[in-house]
Design a protein around this ligand. Structure first.
Ligand SMILES: Cc1cc2nc3c(=O)[nH]c(=O)nc-3n(C[C@H](O)[C@H](O)[C@H](O)COP(=O)(O)OP(=O)(O)OC[C@H]3O[C@@H](n4cnc5c(N)ncnc54)[C@H](O)[C@@H]3O)c2cc1C
Length: 508
């Protein structure tokens, strides 16, 4: 059986983690003669699929080659947000003087302790994804090993053959290797091993200014590293509006991050104890000496080794497994969910797709992914959260858009909190209050965006938000203010004249 369960350091927390997500003494069960559903991959998509299907009475097998919980628990959301929280504490202490709070001369940051806290919390959360819970409580047949299709209705794992009526491919994605000459020999970190660190690297080059790059760059900078982001494009967070990205850019610079935009990376090598990244700037080769290189340049789908051809499943190396909007692959018995097949690679989308998969695969429902309203959030400080369309998406579709923006400097709570850099923005279909999309830049934008997600999902217009009482003072009042701004626009000069005439008559 292949085991890839090395997680460093081998401390008590990581022992608990491993005991939960890949117990050393695990014995695969005997396979049942036939399964309603065989689930391959036990990240969020696979776990939600397996738990949901088993809960509804299906005979389910779950196969995982590495660690239950997949990326989110082990090397993604959970450890990254743990570190971000620690770095935010460091930032709050550093900036406390503004609020009249004084500490000693210099603050000291114990990076090792912050990482220990993260590992302890991750180990605690892992109980929810544990082998014991899935096998004993939920009644799932859990197999550790590499899954391989042997035909259109059968899979091999560690020498055992599993036959299925339906299968769910949930094998996720991994950090894409950057095509940079010399980087393999020089050595680099990805999300797979950056959370193993116990000592703070003094100097880090972060390759890629997307969400993962920006989140970790800011966290390491706030913990005390000298961080340089090397970003190929003209601004960080390329998917977001340029002014939203600009706010994050400024915040990164304030935290001491050096940003090199339009960076052309020529190669990497080692010089003495240093790692060196070579970039081209204004026609010259510039060397950037650092201690660690952290790569966050996109995700590659885990399609290798599954022998998908034997099951007639169409895929490509870039976008992963091809599915229709009901998540069915080119093999009608096999469905897919999560990062392996979906462009929006998030834990919450993996969860949402898993629910659709269960209904469609087991109960012949016809639920569609096209109906999903997908929000996301980048957990920098401030956070950038978005749902629905950007202005450009709407225009590309030929929709007339009305865009309204309220700066956080207009919101009392943001002023009181000293968090005025940001905004709430909504895109409406012109001529009405239908919400097409929204972006929020604020310290807790990820919490605030849910109001828009609910409105879009439930078909509520901006006027409904305007009628909703928001507690004062909260930063979510920015959203209410968007509705107020919309209502003011509806007061046409003619309507205003009518109102004035009426009020004048009342006075007479
Ligand atoms: C640093 C980082 C931070 C992130 N932060 C967030 C965040 O804050 N919020 C958010 O929503 N998303 C975040 N994400 C994205 C999120 O982690 C993923 O979208 C999510 O984990 C996808 O779940 P999944 O089940 O599709 O795939 P995965 O979690 O990748 O799980 C797939 C599983 O399949 C297994 N597998 C693969 N091939 C085989 C095989 N042949 N046989 C058996 N098993 C196999 C793998 O070992 C893995 O356990 C982050 C990602 C990273 C890298």
């Amino acid at each position: 059986m292949e085991t890839r369960t090395l997680v460093l350091p081998q401390d008590e927390s990581n022992k608990i983690l491993i005991e939960n997500v890949h117990p050393a003494e695990w014995k695969n069960p005997e396979s049942a003669p036939m399964y309603n559903l065989v689930v391959i991959g036990a990240g969020t998509a696979g776990l939600v699929t397996a738990a949901g299907a088993a809960g509804l009475g299906a005979k389910v097998a779950l196969i995982e080659r590495h660690m239950l919980g997949g990326d989110c628990l082990n090397v993604g959301c959970v450890p990254s947000k743990g570190i971000i929280r620690a770095s935010r504490a460091a930032y709050d202490v550093r900036t406390a003087e503004e609020f009249g709070i004084r500490y000693g001369e210099a603050i000291s940051i114990d990076f090792g302790k912050a990482m220990e806290r993260m590992r302890r919390i991750r180990a605690g959360i892992s109980a929810h994804d544990s082998a014991e819970r899935f096998s004993k409580e939920l009644g799932v047949d859990l197999f550790f090993g590499n899954a391989k299709f042997t035909g259109s209705d059968s899979i091999d794992v560690s020498g055992k053959r599993l036959r299925f009526k339906k299968a769910a491919l949930c094998t996720g994605a991994r950090a894409a290797a950057p095509p940079i000459p010399g980087i393999e020999e020089t050595g680099f970190l990805t999300n797979e091993n950056v959370f193993w660190l116990t000592e703070l690297p003094k100097r880090i080059a972060v390759i890629g200014g997307g969400p993962i790059g920006c989140e970790l760059a800011q966290a390491f900078a706030r913990m005390g590293s000298e961080v340089t982001i090397l970003q190929r494009g003209g601004h960080v967070l390329p998917r977001e509006d340029a002014d939203a990205a600009e706010i994050v850019h400024k915040s990164l610079v304030r935290d001491g991050v050096a940003l090199r935009l339009q960076a052309k990376i020529l190669g990497a090598n080692k010089k003495g104890n240093d790692k060196v990244v070579i970039i081209e700037e204004e026609g010259k080769n510039v060397e950037l000496p650092i201690d660690q290189i952290l790569v966050g340049v996109g995700r590659a789908p885990n399609v290798e080794g599954l022998e998908l051809e034997k099951a007639g499943i169409t895929y490509d190396q870039h976008d992963g497994v091809k599915v229709n909007e009901r998540l069915q692959t080119s093999n009608p018995r096999v469905f897919a969910a999560g990062d392996i097949c979906y462009p929006y690679k998030f834990t919450h989308t993996a969860d949402a797709l898993a629910r659709i998969l269960i209904a469609n695969a087991l109960f012949m429902a016809r639920q569609s992914t096209s109906a999903l309203v997908v929000p996301w959030c980048t957990y920098t400080d401030p956070e950038v959260a978005h749902v629905g369309m950007y202005e450009k998406d709407a225009r590309d579709k030929g929709i007339d858009v009305l865009t309204l923006t309220v700066p956080l400097s207009d919101v009392d709570r943001a002023v009181l909190d000293g968090e005025t850099e940001g905004f709430a923005r909504v895109h409406l279909k012109k001529g009405g209050d239908r919400i097409l999309g929204a972006t929020i830049v604020a310290r807790h934008a990820g919490e605030m965006i849910n109001e828009f997600s609910l409105a879009i999902t439930a078909g509520l217009g901006l006027s409904a938000i305007g009628r909703t009482i928001h507690p004062y003072p909260t930063q979510a009042e920015a959203i209410k203010k968007l509705a107020d701004a919309y209502n003011r626009m509806r007061l046409t000069p003619f309507l205003k004249k009518v109102f004035m005439a009426w009020l004048k008559w009342q006075r007479s």
